[in-house]
Write a protein that binds this ligand. Sequence first.
Ligand code: NAD
Length: 347
Amino acid sequence: MKYLVTGGAGFIGSALCYRLMQSPNAHVTVVDKMTYAANPASLAPLERDPRFRLVRADICDSALMLDLARAEAPDVIFHLAAETHVDRSIDGADAFVKTNLVGTFAMLQAARAYYERARPDRFRFVHVSTDEVFGSLGAEGRFDEETPYDPSSPYSATKAGADHLAQAWHRTYGLPVIVSNCSNNYGPRQFPEKLIPLMVLNAIAGQALPIYGDGSNVRDWLHVEDHADALVQIAELGAPGESYAVGGDSEKTNLEIVNLVCGLLDARRPISGSYTDQIEFVSDRPGHDLRYAIDASKIRKDLGWAPSRNFEQGLADTVDWYLANEAWWRPLRERVYAGDRLGKVGT
Ligand code: NAD
């Protein structure tokens, strides 16, 4: 099987590459622009394998994407490349519009041209999206495949637009597109601007642990390796034109997450007092969605997927991974992002 993975040097993309390469017959080519969010160290072990290749390129380069699709002749394109941090999208949406919309358009066009000419047997274009496209839930209910789109942030609006493009390329041109809408991921190799790694690294650096608003915003957490498994199932068994909501059935408030992280660190790296003493409530994110939760019945029933990692154990493993892998995150903290507040515009 030949796979083309866009954004493979990022958090979920790298987990997916490790998952795909477990199969001895897999050949994986990653296309990644290596933005601030990519860490070359994430893929370094895979680059020693001749079945793996990293192409440093921008998915918006439509001619190059077409050449690459034709040259690689993939069985599956997993499209993950995106600008992904909501706070950065609030500060400046340009890169989000370019990569998430124009870049997705370029990938769909390249896939279509390749598909129409080569007519590969069982080609799939798996467009990897988020539950954030559905906007905010109140205290009740969960998102599923029928939930209307209602994005709140520049990030989720561009992801919503990209989802519509992907579905339109199926309906109009017959491209075998499948869309996944997944909840918040956690696990190793996540860029330390996102909640869990930011809290771990700020805590052990003796810095404040900033919580937006009152910390009551709820997310449904899924381990990144469970997400990678879901994407493989979707590529193998999913029906073209369908979308699948993917979630972990692990709803937690942000404050609960930070308290759990602090408790794990108190046990592993004791200090006088508790890391919870470093918690600081700060002004809320503009347009901050209150609650996300996923009803994953469809992918469970139709594709036989279910999350296999228990959240508490997965979180403990994740904290341990950051404690054991300073060589992975230290250059990012020192040279790319030191933990300062982003996305305050309008507050
Ligand atoms: P990430 O920010 O960790 O990685 C994104 C990767 O895309 C980086 O390696 C970056 O260099 C690359 N990239 C960005 N712009 C590019 C461009 N123009 N050309 C080529 N490569 C480019 O993101 P992630 O958390 O791994 O998310 C991957 C995908 O999954 C995204 O599409 C995101 O919307 C989606 N998603 C993420 C989550 C989550 O909780 N992280 C949940 C659901 C869905």
